[in-house]
Design a protein around this ligand. Structure first.
Ligand code: NAD
Length: 521
């Protein structure tokens, strides 16, 4: 029994190595620093993607329960907003320390519920932890501006919290995305209602335990569960001032539009179709490993997965057999198994959708040079398996190119010049991430200047910015034209309202007998 599996859960019967859980328990929600069982009669069954064994049932909470969570957050806000930033910073230091101490436990819950490998799940936790670490710089980040704007007159700006905020999270990063929100929302003085994905809320529940241990007062972070009804509740609840959403376009565009119409601030990171462009002067070995890792890692279920490869020129296309070999060398297995490179996809429905997109490619004239359909590891015949798949001779009109596949599938296109690669990539509606592989600085610089994508890697396959920067998707990958982005300085802006105060402190008494009616100059 791997150590990490033994560490997995406190709230449930211990999870063994993907064995059936004898006493399946419902996931609790988190209110006023307590774990509570919902009184609902509606639950969503959560299955281990490697076995499809039942792990837990996630409640579709009643609107009364969700309303209580908001009332608690409203009440908590009254005192939390008055705490000093140094006090909140101390709690954040503690929270960071606790995440470090619980790193393996968080990762184990991710492997169990989401399916990604244990090593990859640790990365999921780490990338969230780094946001909490960066949030410890709040005293610096929350400083306002000050200027003497005229004689005896100064203008100062303050950053004030918004009130009750909410976060709606996707399934693919069960720790990282909640940690994009919890630290920044709270260190700026807001309270937060977090709705994890109903498909893997376990990591968020462990984070809730750490929230309490770190010393956050009751109600500063509450966690609710559900799917569409919970989301609609958040969008329409007047006390919620801002919504952070990460997920697909269908839900995100709806939440952005309806949330904004309700007068809320909404930041929404959406889907992607990330391209890698490869030039013949690149370091071939690095390119092969980088693309195989970024296309198939996490079973392709990353918003920054490199799912589309653009060969530039005939030479690079000759590397295809090498790429197929690198892909074949990846071990597809349950996430707790030693040596597993990629795990299952999240659900049987997701597997069926991915397989139908592969079939559509075949039907529309592309070639499947590596077919991951039908693969299953002997020990786990019931999991949602799709092996690495490579599709070539793809053209931009094909369904497999137009849709986000979100599985371990790499689609390959071919152009003759760098300029054509730029044109092709820019025509795609999504603009989350992009990468170029070259050793030529001028080519990289040409690409940088002309490409329409929010996050670019030069020989870096998954250029997710660290938290001192911000997650800057572009085009259809972010709602509202990228009006707000997660973490970094824009994240602080999102969670704060600026108040600008202009003061006049005259040395001598005002002796004027008549009021001035002109606009002050
Ligand atoms: P999803 O949109 O299905 O779910 C996200 C959240 O929205 C969940 O909490 C879910 O309960 C809710 N939801 C889903 N459908 C809804 C609907 N019709 N109405 C109201 N609420 C709804 O996304 P997912 O499948 O969990 O995550 C994968 C998607 O997230 C991919 O498209 C991926 O590219 C994207 N993603 C984007 C980023 C980014 O930063 N751009 C990061 C991670 C994931």
């Amino acid at each position: 029994l791997p150590k990490q599996a033994r560490l997995a859960f406190q709230f449930r019967t211990y999870i063994t190595n993907h064995e059936k859980i004898q006493d399946v328990q419902n996931t609790p929600y988190f209110l006023d620093n307590k774990f509570v069982q919902s009184s609902t009669t509606k639950f969503i069954d959560l299955h281990d993607p490697a076995t499809n064994n039942l792990v837990t049932r996630v409640p579709q909470m009643t609107s009364e329960e969700m309303k209580k969570a908001v009332e608690s957050a409203e009440k908590a806000f009254e005192s939390w907003k008055k705490t000093s930033v140094l006090h909140r910073q101390q709690i954040m230091f503690k929270f960071v320390q606790l995440i470090k101490e619980n790193h393996d436990r968080l990762a184990a819950s991710i492997t169990l519920e989401q399916g990604k490998t244990f090593a990859d799940a640790k990365g999921d936790v780490l990338r969230g932890l780094q946001v909490a670490e960066a949030a410890c710089a709040a005293p610096e980040l929350l400083k306002g501006d000050l200027l003497e704007v005229a004689k005896d007159m100064e203008t100062r700006s303050y950053r004030e919290p918004l009130g009750v905020t909410a976060a709606i999270c996707p399934f693919n990063f069960p720790a990282m995305i909640p940690l994009w929100c919890i630290p920044i929302a709270t260190v700026t003085g807001n309270t937060l209602i977090l709705k994890p994905s109903e498909r893997d809320p376990g990591a968020a529940i462990i984070l809730a335990e750490l929230v309490k241990k770190a010393g956050f007062p009751e109600g500063v972070v509450n966690i609710i569960h559900g799917s569409h009804d919970a989301v609609n509740f958040i969008i329409d609840e007047p006390a919620i001032k801002a919504i952070s959403f990460v997920g697909g376009n269908k839900a995100g565009e709806y939440i952005f539009t309806r949330g904004s119409a309700n007068g809320k601030r909404v930041q929404a990171n959406l889907g992607a179709k990330n391209h890698a462009a490869v030039l013949p002067d690149c370091n071939k070995n690095h390119f092969l490993n980088a693309v195989a890792g970024a296309a198939f890692g996490a079973a392709g279920q990353r918003c920054m997965a490199l799912s589309t490869l653009v060969f530039i020129g005939d030479e690079t296309q000759k590397w295809l057999p090498d790429l197929v070999e690198r892909a074949k060398a990846l071990k597809v297995d349950a996430g707790f198994e030693d040596g597993a490179d990629l795990g299952p996809v999240i659900s049987p429905e997701s597997k069926a959708r991915i397989e139908s997109l592969i079939a559509s490619a075949e039907k529309e004239g592309a070639k499947i040079v590596l077919d991951g359909r039908g693969y299953k590891p002997a020990k786990y015949p019931n999991g949602n398996w799709v092996g690495p798949t490579i599709i070539t001779d793809v053209t931009p009109d094909m369904t497999c190119y137009k849709e986000e596949i979100f599985g371990p599938v790499l689609v390959c296109l071919k152009v003759d010049t760098l300029n054509e690669a730029v044109e092709l990539i820019n025509k795609n509606e999504y603009g989350n991430g992009v990468a170029i592989f070259t050793e030529n600085g001028s080519s990289a610089e040409y690409f940088r200047k002309n490409i329409e994508a929010g996050q670019m890697g030069v020989n870096v396959p998954i250029p997710v910015p660290l938290p001192m920067f911000s997650f800057t998707g572009n085009k259809k990958s972010i709602a509202g034209g990228g009006v707000s982005t997660f973490y970094g300085k824009p994240g602080i802006n999102f969670y704060t309202q600026t108040k600008t105060v202009t003061s006049l402190w005259k040395a001598e008494d005002d002796q004027a007998a008549k009021a001035s009616v002109v606009m002050p100059t």
